[in-house]
Structures are given as structure tokens and as C-alpha cells.
Design a protein around this ligand. Structure first.
Ligand code: AMP
Ligand code: ZN
Ligand code: FE
Ligand code: FE
Length: 286
């Protein structure tokens, strides 16, 4: 049992990297990758904890990519964490995110909600996202739950919806490659494309260097995950699987478990990601 898509307190998860590794050990996972949003800040702590529990840990990250419709998230694995191009990419993603957060706080403040970006940074360590802002709205007593914060204020179509500017796809793919990393399209259904457009898009992403797609993500219904997996196989594209665990921020996503309730099989690593890591000469081909 493994998990290739996990968030910690370094972004919008609620468990620290150490707590995550401890939970992974308790849940009998043999391999994990921490994939925080636009940051690698939690990885060293995860590596250190993984050593204590004899769990394999592959470095990962989830980038926000610029796209007209929907959400394009790009996972990267096994990259050299000291590569300058890669670090510059992380820095750009992180900067885009803080610019969005600052603008969003200002928008809320201008409408009478006492929320300041500086206060938010003091309140939460790590990469801030909308779940933190929703949590703060709850703390202020403006909403009763994080979900209500999204439903009334922050979700797509709501008065304070503000997307983070994404990274340019080709640049991201090239930086990941330069750092000997592997690129994977996260939860492809979040692109909100019709099935036929999604197939065409995945084929052209493959042509520009995308290595694999994440067929299984807890945010995607099992019937779509199965269909994604079958489609990827038909075009000879490797597939990965992850729970997109966020701790209490997404209580339905269970570490190591797919959206059909089954355990995430080690084969998503050994038969899919590992050969890609090997081909990209990653130092983390465990
Ligand atoms: P951000 O990347 O800061 O824009 O925030 C994105 C995160 O917010 C996602 O990873 C989800 O965890 C969460 N999110 C986005 N939309 C919703 C929603 N409608 N309801 C609950 N959580 C959401
Ligand atoms: Zn998240
Ligand atoms: Fe995502
Ligand atoms: Fe995620």
C-alpha cells in the first residue's frame, strides 16, 4: 500500500510531515510522496521521519498551472531538490500564490471583513491557500465551517473567488525535466473538459512531455478514475494514484485509499512511476 499525493502543514494539510509519516507507518504504507502546493518546505522533515519508520519517501510537489478553464495541477516527483531551474520554478509558484493571497485579503478587508495578510501569515506557517482563509473566517465567527467559507465566499462563482496565477505549462515541464523529475497530471477531471476534449488534451500533453496521469484521486468518482486508467493504458501512458490527503481539511480523503475504497496498490509505483524515475535518471529511484 502506498500514497503518491499527500498534503502537510507546509501547505493546506493539517498534519505535519512527521505526523504524516507516523500515520503512514501506522496504516502500513510502504512508500509515500509529500506533494504540497507550490512548496518543498516539508520534504526534509518527511525524509527524516521516513528514515525512523523505514518508509520510502519520494520528493514531490503539486504545481498550479495557468489554464483558461478549470484547475490544472501538475505533480512532480523525484526531482533534484537543489536544481536551480527547479528552485526558481518553485519560487515563482510561491510568489504567485502570495500575490493572490494578498489581493484576496485586501478584497475581504475592503468589504468590512477584518482579515489582514500579515495576521494570516502569523496564524499559519507554510504555504497559505484558500482553506486557511476559510478557517480564519470561521475563527472570526463569520462562517460556521471551512466549507461554509467556500460556499459563501471563496469557491468558484462566489463573490471572493480569486484564482492563483498559474505557472506556464511548458516552462514547468521543462524545469521538472531539467531537475531529473517526472511530471504527472493531477486529477485530470478538474480540467472540466468533456470526455472527448479531455482525451485530446491528454494526448497533446503527452506530446509536449507530460509523463503520466493521476488516474486515482479521492476527489474523482471511481467510475471516472477507472475510465482514466483505461484510457491511459490505451495510449501507453503510465498512471499514478493518490489520496490527496489533507487531514481534517478534507476528512473524506483517507491516506493510502482510492476513491473506490480500495488500498492504493504498490504497482502504481513499481510498474508506473518507478520506471519513469529510472528513465529520467532521478536520484530517488527507490
Ligand atoms: P488554493 O490553491 O489556495 O486556491 O486553494 C485550493 C484548495 O481549496 C483546494 O486544494 C481544495 O482543498 C480547496 N477547495 C477549493 N474549492 C473548494 C470548495 N468548493 N469547497 C471546499 N474546498 C475547496
Ligand atoms: Zn490542497
Ligand atoms: Fe490538486
Ligand atoms: Fe492535492
Amino acid at each position: 500500500m502506498i500514497d503518491l499525493h499527500i498534503h502537510s502543514t507546509a501547505s493546506d494539510g493539517t498534519l505535519s510531515p512527521t505526523e504524516l509519516i507516523a500515520l503512514a507507518a501506522k496504516s502500513n504504507l510502504s512508500l509515500v510522496s509529500l506533494t504540497d502546493h507550490d512548496t518543498i518546505a516539508g520534504i526534509q522533515e518527511a525524509f527524516d521521519a521516513a528514515k525512523c519508520y523505514a518508509i520510502k519517501c519520494i520528493p514531490g510537489i503539486e504545481f498550479t498551472i495557468e489554464v483558461e478553464h478549470g484547475d490544472f495541477h501538475l505533480l512532480a516527483y523525484g526531482m533534484d531538490l537543489h536544481n536551480e531551474d527547479f528552485l526558481a520554478l518553485v519560487e515563482e509558484g510561491s510568489k504567485n500564490r502570495s500575490e493572490r493571497n494578498q489581493k484576496l485579503c485586501q478584497m475581504l478587508f475592503d468589504r468590512g471583513i477584518p482579515i489582514r495578510y500579515d495576521t494570516l501569515k502569523e496564524e499559519f506557517q507554510g504555504q497559505i491557500g484558500r482553506p486557511h482563509i476559510a478557517k480564519y473566517l470561521k475563527k472570526l465567527g463569520i462562517v460556521k465551517s471551512v466549507q461554509e467559507g467556500f460556499d459563501k465566499y471563496l469557491a468558484n462563482g462566489k463573490p471572493f473567488y480569486l484564482k492563483t496565477r498559474g505557472l506556464e505549462l511548458k516552462k514547468a515541464l521543462s524545469c521538472i525535466k531539467k531537475a531529473n523529475g517526472v511530471s504527472v497530471l493531477a486529477h485530470p477531471m478538474s480540467l472540466y473538459l468533456s470526455w472527448s476534449k479531455l482525451e485530446t488534451t491528454i494526448r497533446s500533453l503527452k506530446d509536449v512531455g507530460l509523463d503520466a496521469i493521476e488516474a486515482w484521486n479521492s476527489g474523482t468518482q471511481a467510475r471516472y478514475c477507472r475510465r482514466l486508467e483505461a484510457f491511459a493504458k490505451s495510449i501507453d501512458m503510465p498512471v499514478t494514484a493518490g489520496s490527496d490527503f489533507h487531514g481534517k481539511n478534507k476528512p473524506n480523503n483517507i491516506l493510502g485509499i482510492r476513491s473506490d475504497g480500495r488500498k492504493i496498490d504498490e504497482a502504481y509505483y513499481s510498474d508506473n512511476l518507478r520506471p519513469l524515475l529510472e528513465a529520467s535518471a532521478s536520484a530517488y529511484c527507490l
